[in-house]
Design a protein around this ligand. Structure first.
Ligand code: GRF
Length: 221
């Protein structure tokens, strides 16, 4: 299948390890495209530094300088449109987006969330998963709609919750999988292999449907 290189706009508020995974995947041609612009609402975000190190244009648009969410969002939209991005990826972006943003890039915004949605939307979800006592945790890449972590699901990875896990150890295990599935989801988009049908995202031209069940604790002693 012919693959068109895409221009990616990334929004990040913090460390940017997912952004790094995406930059690295572009560098290895595992994503047919390039990160054309990185925006952050936080001037101290390490994500901005990662972008600069990779030679990618990066800019802080500080939400505190805007009177309301919509005006801030319109500024983000203008910057992303100017950079002619095909896809917007949220990579640890800690601001809720208004319809002014979501509607401008409808069907072209992805997010990564550190739970198996629809379980545990919102914040501090690794802690919530531990407190709830789930045996399997994980992460989800989904398209963004106007709800909170409610958009159509593209890819998920499950990890076991171990007996002596704390929030930090579980988050690290989930993050490792985030770095694998986010670039993959972006590549599927770049290849034109994701088709939205209602709530479902169909994967086109998939050679294999095979996957392994993850049972935890294991059935064998
Ligand atoms: C990740 O856990 C991601 O799932 C969530 O925010 C965190 C961002 O981490 N949305 P990083 O900035 O990519 O390292």
């Amino acid at each position: 299948m012919a693959t068109q290189p895409i221009r990616i706009g990334a929004l990040a508020s913090g460390n940017g390890s997912n952004l790094q995974a995406i930059l690295d995947a572009c560098g290895r041609a595992e994503i047919s495209g390039e990160v054309a612009l990185v925006l952050s609402n936080n001037p101290d975000a390490f994500a901005l530094e990662r972008a600069r190190r990779a030679g990618v244009p990066a800019r802080c648009i500080d939400h505190r300088h805007y009177s309301d969410r919509e005006t801030f969002d319109r500024e983000l939209v203008a910057a992303l449109q100017q950079a002619q991005v095909d896809l917007v990826v949220l990579a640890g972006f800690m601001r809720r987006l208004t319809p002014a943003f979501v509607d401008a890039f409808e069907g072209r915004i992805m997010n990564i969330h550190p739970s198996l949605l629809p379980a545990f939307p919102g914040l501090h979800v690794q802690r919530q998963a531990l407190e709830y006592g789930v045996r399997l945790a994980g992460c989800t890449v989904h398209f963004v709609d106007n709800g909170l972590d409610t958009g159509p699901i593209i890819l998920q990875a499950a990890v076991p919750v171990l007996e002596d896990d704390n929030e930090e150890s579980l988050s690290a295990r989930i993050l490792e999988q985030e770095h694998r599935i986010y670039p993959r989801a972006i590549q599927l988009f770049a290849q034109g292999r994701l088709r939205l049908e209602g709530r479902r995202v169909r994967l086109l031209d998939s050679a294999s449907q095979a996957s392994t069940a993850l049972i935890h604790p294991p059935l064998t002693p």
